[in-house]
Design a protein around this ligand. Structure first.
Ligand code: HAM
Length: 430
């Protein structure tokens, strides 16, 4: 086939009907786990002031440095397509005075995000996240609860081989000391790291620990560790987090070099990985399904009162491909019965019948465009329905309908106005 003139932009993809069932299962599970833990939905605009991310996510992060889609409005404002949710939700919390509500305030959202990334498997320019944020609680119990929720969602989706990595990156009290130690370690290695990291040593040295380049990872393996520089408060918080995780029987790994690619984190950071498909080796053979942590300083940075906060973002596209590889979705709306019709009168009568089935919450498939009974039964067979209703010319005349059991081929005729009740009995009796 000749190359089509119009295709999705680089790094963006359609979510086709065959993937929608997976997507629905993921959202259903994520929303029910969140509701259980007391989270409420919030939606924020897809466009926000670019400065929100420059200030929050951080000017020297990859996201702000290279990945933002920005545009100037006719009125001269510089807006950005949201690259993440956290700054939007913090902005909304402040704008709507949610600090006056009983704390903690627990919010979740989901939707598309945009990052001008180098596209590859699992990395898109329009990605989708399920994101949760908690405001107004500094306890490590919240951090542990977030990890527990993340794992619960994946478990409910029947995903296995999950790994949780945690670390503490300290706060404004102790991190400067660590930064100093790291810079002095990296200083005489600037020619052994990649060109990006050579620059990062000056602008944002912690980012070197996050670099995926082989040579930078080697340098990292000997670097000083944040855990040795934590102040007493951060040390206690981290210890408390690990105790909560142990108590909840949540297996985790300590990764002393986990820093995450965003600037606002304080204390806890974590990332959740799943094994990649075999034959697709990448970082550690694992793919990050999501990550998060605590960010107690962001609210103040945006001009609000100091408010502790923590959250995570789950990559829906990646969870979807992991679910697809490991299990089948339970499709709640797959049709249970099929309605076949013969002739115009039958077609007309079937319209009303459809409404009756819809009201009874029984999904019915049809093939109104086909006229031959054989073609319609073949379609019913393919859909795997248990029963087919047949409305032929004779049935139209005497107000009846045939119910055919697909497996055995057995048929019986019932009154048209009793069709819904009969079907209910048959489905229930299965
Ligand atoms: P993040 O680590 O940038 O964190 O993104 C979280 C997850 O989104 C990643 O682990 C990955 O699964 C998915 N993701 C990120 N970029 C892409 C991409 N280009 N293509 C496909 N999936 C991607 C955040 O966004 C923070 N806002 C999380 C957070 C919430 N921290 C505190 N609260």
């Amino acid at each position: 086939m000749a190359k089509l003139k119009f295709q999705t932009p680089t790094g963006m993809h359609d979510i086709l009907p065959e993937d929608q069932a997976y997507l629905r299962s993921i959202m259903k599970v994520a929303e029910s786990v969140s509701a259980f833990y007391g989270f409420q939905r919030i939606d924020t605009p897809i466009l926000e002031n670019a400065e929100l991310y420059e200030k929050g996510t951080g000017v020297s992060t990859d996201i702000v440095e290279k990945q933002m889609y920005t545009l100037k409005t006719r009125g001269g404002d510089l807006l950005a397509l949201r690259p993440e949710f956290t700054p939007n939700i913090v902005r909304s919390f402040l704008q709507h005075g949610m600090y006056n509500l009983p704390q903690p305030v627990k919010l979740y959202t989901s939707g598309p995000l945009f990052r001008y990334e180098r596209p590859q498997e699992g990395r898109y320019r329009q990605l989708h996240q399920f994101d949760v944020e908690v405001f107004g609680d500094q306890s490590a119990a919240i951090d542990a609860q977030l990890i527990q929720m993340f794992v619960a969602i994946l478990k409910d989706l029947k995903l296995s081989h999950i790994i949780v990595e945690v670390n503490s990156i300290g706060d404004s009290q102790c991190r400067p000391y660590y930064k100093k130690a790291l810079i002095s370690y990296l200083k005489n290695k600037q020619y052994a790291v990649c060109t990006d990291c050579r620059r990062r040593i000056k602008t944002n040295p912690l980012r070197v620990l996050d670099c995926k380049e082989e040579k930078c990872q080697q340098i990292r393996s000997q670097a000083p560790q944040m855990i040795d520089y934590l102040c007493q408060e951060c040390k206690d918080h981290f210890k408390s987090l690990l105790e909560f995780l142990d108590e909840a029987d949540l297996p985790y790994h300590l990764d002393p070099y986990l820093v995450r690619g965003l600037d606002y984190y304080t204390k806890t950071v974590f990332e959740v990985f799943a094994e990649r498909s075999p034959g697709n080796p990448d970082e550690k053979g694992f793919l990050a399904l999501g990550g998060g942590g605590r960010y107690d300083g962001l609210m103040k940075l945006y001009g609000g009162r100091e408010t502790p906060a923590a959250g995570f973002g789950m990559g829906i596209d990646r969870v979807l491909s992991a679910v697809k590889r490991q299990s089948l979705p339970s499709e709640p709306s797959s049709p249970k019965i099929f309605l076949a019709q013969l002739g115009d009168q039958a077609k007309k009568k079937s319209m009303k019948l459809f409404e009756e089935f819809r009201k009874a919450n029984i999904s019915v498939a049809e093939s109104l465009g086909r006229d031959s009974l054989r073609a319609q039964l073949a379609r019913a067979d393919k859909l795997g329905v248990s029963h087919t209703l047949i409305l032929g010319q004779r049935e139209v005349l005497d107000n009846s309908i045939v119910i055919r059991t697909m497996g055995s081929g057995a048929q019986k005729t019932v009154k048209l106005n009793e069709a819904v009740e009969e079907v209910k009995k048959l489905i229930r009796g299965k």
